[in-house]
Design a protein around this ligand. Sequence first.
Ligand code: GDP
Length: 330
Amino acid sequence: MNTDLAPPIAALAERLLAGERAALARAITLIESSRADHQADAQALLRRLLPHTGQAERIGITGVPGVGKSSFIEALGTMLTGQGHQVAVLAVDPSSSRSGGSILGDKTRMARLAADPRAFVRPSPSSGALGGVARATRESGLLCEAAGYDIILVETVGVGQSETAVADMVDLFLVLMLPGAGDELQGIKKGLVELADLIAVNKADGEQMLAAEQARRHYRNALRIIAPEAAPWRPDVLTVSALTGQGLAELWATVLRFREAMEAAGQRQAKRQAQQVRWMDSLLQDRLLGRLARHREAAAELAACRREVAAGQETPLRAVERVLGAFQGG
Ligand code: GDP
């Protein structure tokens, strides 16, 4: 069997490894495509590039619309490229296909970073379902690493499941919060704060300075209750201003302390390995469910069982057995 890559893919890999932006952009387009031949090429490309990945700091960033995510990423990203880092910005926004514009779609949102030769800004893929969007973003992150980017920032909107998906593809998950009372406890209730390795209260400038400090104290107290004593890292709360740059250097120093603490505890690799396995499991689950949906008898049995389970005429466990029976029988 010929295991060599198709010549165009091999050439693409070489150009990408040399850090060519156009090659990286094209490779990501391949990753995002749902065409079977593109998918095959994309996976061949990824396998080839995997040995060149893993060196980057992967950071997820979330927060409600208006909290200042794009301003913050622009400010932090520019600070980091100024220090010689190469920064890639990706996004997970499964709603982007519906709203017609993704969270990074509007180029003017991060104009400075988008024009920075040491940065690469890519809008969220807009394939619709969260699973597909998250897969494409995760794999795009690997491509960016192979292309030499040593910091990967993954932005997501502050609504539900996309945050869990992003938290599961990064080393550190950062939650941006607004100063002022009211929404603090809400964040804790929603479980958002439980995902956070770091919280930054943004807009700590001007008249909002005091309110930001108050919010910081509030979250610190809340986290003290949530975080287990023995964990290698206890989430910290900082105040920052994307507008003035206040707190950004301290925030980055905290990111590096997080990395050290995780490495010292053997947790950095362990976390990544567990993420890889969960990712594989979820791909397998998607594939199996996809096959089931395309299997005529099993799909019909599934539809019937759903109705019967809803009507209380069948137990869920027996329904599952019936569906699997139909699947295996044909
Ligand atoms: P996103 O929706 O979370 O991406 O938020 P944006 O970055 O678009 O910011 C929303 C609004 O907040 C904009 O008007 C920004 O200028 C403003 N903003 C963002 N960061 C700061 C900050 O640190 N201080 C102040 N005062 N305003 C900010």
